[in-house]
Design a protein around this ligand. Structure first.
Ligand code: ZN
Length: 212
């Protein structure tokens, strides 16, 4: 479990963080209640998603998810950059991250893996790598569009949080039509990662940077 006091989770889209590390967030909240946890989301996906929902509807889902995660809404930073076009805004995304970094001073930062098929995830990963160069520990979480190059080396046991993770993901009513919005898939993914580490259920991460 992370002993960090200040942790920042960065995602390209609403729901990325919950898919990749909601078990870990809940575990931190329960086992280390003094740990401050904040989230940054760059796109609400209300444009070009192929789904029919408004920004307000997905914000409502996010609020419910944050509440279930134990993250205060004032610690959730949301932006409305256009879905699928984040690479065009790499300068603005990096500047935004640097402002949040200076304000929040995270000790550990989690963000999308760069080893991913989605260009928005890659753009956010690249911006994080450039913005956080002050000794922060950098960890990358996975999604459902990983490339074979995603090679986790850090596993977090979420066996006791698996049902909570499902409850968090179920907060996203706006995403229910997506192929990967499937409770059995979420459990299967965590079982597979758990199997790799001798656990029942796990979330897996790349450890990109640690300074000791
Ligand atoms: Zn995403």
């Amino acid at each position: 479990m992370s002993k960090d006091k200040t942790v920042l989770f960065v995602g390209a889209h609403a729901d990325d963080i919950e898919i990749g590390c909601s078990g870990l967030i809940i575990k931190n909240y329960i086992e280390n209640p003094k740990c401050r946890q904040a989230m940054v989301i760059f796109s609400l996906c209300e444009t070009d998603s192929g789904l029919d929902f408004t920004a307000n509807e997905i914000l409502g889902d996010m609020k419910n998810a944050a509440h279930t995660l134990g993250i205060r809404w004032e610690d959730v930073y949301t932006f409305k950059f256009p879905n699928t076009r984040l690479p065009e805004f790499s300068y603005e995304i990096r500047n935004t991250l640097e402002r949040i970094r200076d304000d929040y001073k995270p000790e550990t930062v989690y963000f999308n893996t760069e080893h991913d098929k989605h260009q928005d995830h890659v753009a956010v990963a690249k911006a994080c790598i450039r913005a956080f160069r002050g000794g922060e520990e950098l960890r990358c979480y996975e999604g459902y569009a990983n490339l074979p190059e995603f090679k986790p080396c850090l596993y977090v046991d979420i066996s006791a949080q698996m049902q909570d993770k499902i409850d968090v993901l179920k907060c996203y009513k706006t995403q229910e039509k997506r192929k990967y919005w499937d409770e059995s898939l979420w459990a299967a993914k965590a079982m597979l990662r758990g199997q790799e580490a001798g656990l029942n259920y796990a979330e897996a991460f790349e450890l990109l940077m640690r300074v000791e």
